[in-house]
Ligand binder design. Structure first.
Ligand SMILES: NC(=O)c1ccc[n+]([C@@H]2O[C@H](COP(=O)([O-])OP(=O)(O)OC[C@H]3O[C@@H](n4cnc5c(N)ncnc54)[C@H](O)[C@@H]3O)[C@@H](O)[C@H]2O)c1
Length: 392
């Protein structure tokens, strides 16, 4: 029987100042050399204290082609994550850039080989998988950070600052999510829409970002219950794929959600109303709103994944005892010079070098995964699901 985790270290922010030894080179390998691997590589290449020594991909020749394109022909290439980990004995870190269903096996394998892991989002496909990764993390004592780059965007950080300042009072209701009118991702193939590779669809691709934005802002309270459902009306429509100039066979290949919604009861008396769409007959499914006892925050509809917000945020609040027409506009902040992808990777490497905490810890993101898992199960079972976090 699953037992509830009562203390998750994640909720302590690492405030200590640590010095990074930039002269020490870190040996890094890339697992899975698809689109996002390129985004990792672009940042690693900017860092003089990183040596990319190896890569693996299941598709013969893909890792070698990737390394050649990045002008690292001397890097060693392998045909699987496991093969690479068995052969490379002095790795400091891996970027796990595989499709979703291979997140858990590759992350566990790397941690069991004593290697620090930067794991792309979503954490995993199921809650059980996330717990299994965390058990390997705990046993290894290595760093596992999940690839949520919006955390490093100043606007996203402002959302958290506003909530944490107490300006809004006690939070009791949140609406978040979003999506696209048309936008099921198939630019480089079908790994995002097939059940065996993606496992989950819009929820794992973009929904997890919306959840992270608001859950991180309010301190990642534990989800208690989930009522949710998923649908696939667009992915299973011949007309949809015809309009996208894609093969009709995509209808049969499509095995995940293109829309998902849920009501989540969070610890602390907070209700979370969430929806996400890869495709819908609507321009936006709405702004993110965070309602509090002293004030509320509106974040204009956002894709979230790149840290962007759809416009200046607004705080609605009382002044001198009156609420008539009172609101404050929070101007949009410029991004950092390096951008959020750089900081997602740099913060992970700095944590390795300094022995610091994982910048985006699994013990927070397991709650994100628990919500996604709950929505899937609630949809299948047609009822509210009680969230049980497995023992780590
Ligand atoms: N952070 C972001 O902004 C962002 C953006 C896009 C994708 N992603 C995430 O990155 C992941 C990959 O996305 P993508 O677009 O690069 O997908 P992709 O399908 O293009 O690439 C994944 C690659 O991993 C390889 N692979 C799978 N299992 C493997 C294994 N066990 N060993 C070695 N190689 C393996 C596949 O052969 C494939 O080439 C997804 O989980 C996605 O959610 C994140």
């Amino acid at each position: 029987m699953a037992k509830t985790v009562t203390s998750l270290d994640a909720f302590k922010e690492d405030q200590s100042v640590r010095t990074v030894d930039t002269s020490r080179k870190l040996k890094v390998a890339i697992i899975g050399t698809g689109w996002i691997a390129g985004a990792h590589m672009a940042e690693y290449k900017k860092m003089p204290d990183v040596e990319i020594v190896a890569a693996a991909d299941l598709i013969p020749g893909k890792a070698a082609g990737f390394m050649k394109a990045w002008e690292l022909p001397e890097a060693r290439c392998y045909l699987s994550c496991h093969e690479l980990l068995e052969a490379e004995h002095d790795l400091d870190a891996v970027s796990v850039c595989t499709y979703n269903t291979q997140h858990a096996p590759c992350a566990i394998d790397a941690l069991e080989h004593g290697v620090n892991v930067l794991l792309e989002k979503p954490f995993t496909v199921t809650l059980e998988e996330a717990a299994a990764v965390m058990r390997a993390e705990k046993k290894s004592g290595k760093i596992l950070s999940i690839g949520f780059q919006p955390r490093f965007n100043p606007n996203m950080q402002m959302v958290k600052k506003i909530v944490q300042s107490g300006e809004l009072g006690d939070i009791y209701y949140i609406q978040t999510g979003g999506g696209r009118r048309r936008g099921i991702p198939t630019p480089f193939g079908t790994t995002f829409i097939q059940k065996d590779t993606a496992g989950i669809g819009a929820m794992g691709d973009i929904g997890c970002y919306s959840l992270d934005m608001v859950l991180n802002a309010i301190g990642y309270p534990k989800p208690l219950t989930v009522t949710g459902f998923t649908s696939n009306h667009f992915g299973k429509s011949k007309e949809y794929w015809a309009a996208e100039n894609k093969p009709e066979s995509y209808v049969d290949l499509f095995g995940v959600d293109d829309f998902a919604g849920g009501f989540i009861r969070l610890e602390g008396g907070i209700m979370l109303d969430f929806r996400i769409a890869w495709a819908m007959n609507l321009d936006t499914s709405g702004d993110t709103i965070i309602m509090g006892t002293k004030a509320s925050l509106r974040i204009p509809s956002t894709e979230c994944w790149n840290g962007s917000i759809g416009g200046p945020m607004t705080i609605y609040h009382d002044v001198a005892g009156t609420s008539v027409g009172v609101s404050t506009t929070v101007p949009m902040l410029p991004n950092t010079r390096e951008g959020e992808f750089y900081h997602k990777i740099r913060s992970f490497l700095d944590a390795i070098k300094t022995g610091g905490a994982a910048p985006v810890p699994s013990s927070q993101i397991i709650y994100n995964q628990a919500i996604i898992d709950g929505i899937v199960r609630s949809g299948v079972e047609g009822r509210e699901i009680k969230v049980e976090i497995p023992e780590i």
